[in-house]
Design a protein around this ligand. Structure first.
Ligand code: NAD
Ligand code: UFG
Length: 330
């Protein structure tokens, strides 16, 4: 039996494919390449010596999705495919709802038609909205502040309703905190098109001289140095969290886990660590707060450790070194 990885040529998906292949799983990738490149399949092959089957198909093309299930024995889906830029989602809500929600519905129809009932879904800490306290536990209230976040929350609800209606389904919702870093080969990593929205790819592009300086969005938050605090997790730790999550699929119904480290680092902590580890200065300017940002967001990740035996092991230095190694090569 094979595992279908939607969005498998993307940032987190490609690292997860490598992890699964190295652990002996057969993966099949489906991606429409809207935010990734076909070469990623070559890189996965270079790293693992196994070339996964790749379908360049859009989840919005239901016949295309059907063909993938018709041609393969798929028993589990790891569903990464989706649009993820918060600002763009505010400007193009209909496109975001259509891509993320209709794409997921097409996937669910074809899974059901092909007796495939195991799904791991890429959710996000964004579903906690503005949390009242940190660290954030899975049972905290859910809300959203932008259409991207709302697609994640709606999909979580759809999957819960599906599991109530059809007890053959097992679904794991993984709420990711802030993945950064890259595979040690430097072949795969976070490679956003255009000007990056997220902190680490912005920092690496400043380091490379492609951007003049980092804008630090606010230094008047109630945090230890006034800049925003987040739970940065090495993408390889996040990837291995998916493998651990397979265990939770043995139980019917919906399970939910935070995937984070439980540590919070500020923007300036990241800048300082990056400079120290890589020996490169990152010029920065303090600017206005970014609309919608919160002061602090970090996980209580103890449920995943308790129930899945999963824990992030890589530290901030490794995250900064690998992110720069990737940027240098690309
Ligand atoms: P990414 O953009 O690198 O990967 C997503 C992949 O999905 C891309 O390769 C894209 O081409 C593909 N895709 C998008 N729409 C598609 C469609 N309709 N049909 C087929 N393929 C499609 O993003 P990522 O950082 O690897 O994120 C993966 C998942 O994790 C996303 O669902 C994202 O929302 C979620 N997530 C990411 C973060 C983060 O900080 N990176 C945090 C929380 C949650
Ligand atoms: N930041 C800057 N300058 C930048 C970019 C970011 O100062 O150029 C700051 C932000 O204000 C924030 C921190 O760096 O304090 C992290 O910002 P990111 O944009 O990297 O990450 P966010 O926490 O805002 O959001 C990310 C994803 C969301 C996801 C969330 C999960 O973009 O989609 O992590 O925790 F939902």
């Amino acid at each position: 039996m094979s595992i279908l990885v939607t969005g498998g040529t993307g940032y987190i998906g490609s690292h997860t494919c490598v992890d699964f292949i190295e652990k002996g799983k057969e993966v099949i990738i489906l991606d429409n390449l809207s935010n990734s490149k076909a070469e990623v399949v070559d890189y996965i092959e270079q790293i693992t010596s196994v070339r996964p089957k790749f379908y360049e198909i859009d989840l919005l093309d239901r016949d295309g999705v059907k063909k993938v299930f018709d041609e393969n024995d798929i028993d589990t889906v790891i569903h990464f495919a989706g649009l993820k830029a918060v600002g763009e989602s505010v400007a193009k809500p209909v496109e975001y709802y259509h891509n993320n929600i209709t794409g997921t519905l097409n996937l669910l129809f074809e899974m059901r038609d092909h007796n495939c009932f195991n799904l791991v879904f890429s959710s996000s800490a964004t579903v906690y909205g503005k949390p009242e306290s940190v660290p954030i536990r899975e049972d905290f209230p859910l809300s959203t502040t932008n259409p991207y976040g709302t697609t994640k929350l709606y999909i979580e609800r759809i999957l819960e309703d599906l599991c109530i209606a059809d007890d053959r389904f097992s679904v794991v919702l993984l709420r990711y905190f802030n993945p950064i870093g890259a595979h040690e080969s430097g072949l795969i990593g976070d490679n956003p098109n255009g000007i990056p929205n997220n902190l680490m790819p912005y920092v690496t592009r400043v380091a490379k001289g492609k951007l003049p300086h980092l804008n630090v969005f606010g230094n008047d938050y109630e945090t230890h140095d006034g800049t925003g605090v987040r739970d940065y997790i090495h993408v390889l730790d996040l990837a291995s969290g998916h493998f651990s999550a397979l265990k939770a699929l043995e139980k019917r119904g919906v399970s939910v886990y935070n995937l984070g480290t439980g540590n919070g680092y500020s923007v300036l902590d990241i800048v300082n660590a990056f400079e120290r580890v890589n020996g490169i200065r990152i010029p920065y300017q303090i600017t206005e707060r970014r609309k919608g940002d919160i002061a602090e967001c970090f996980a209580d990740a103890s449920k995943a450790e308790r129930e899945l035996g999963w824990k992030a092991t890589r530290g901030l230095d490794e995250m900064c070194a690998s992110a720069w190694n990737f940027e240098k090569i690309h």
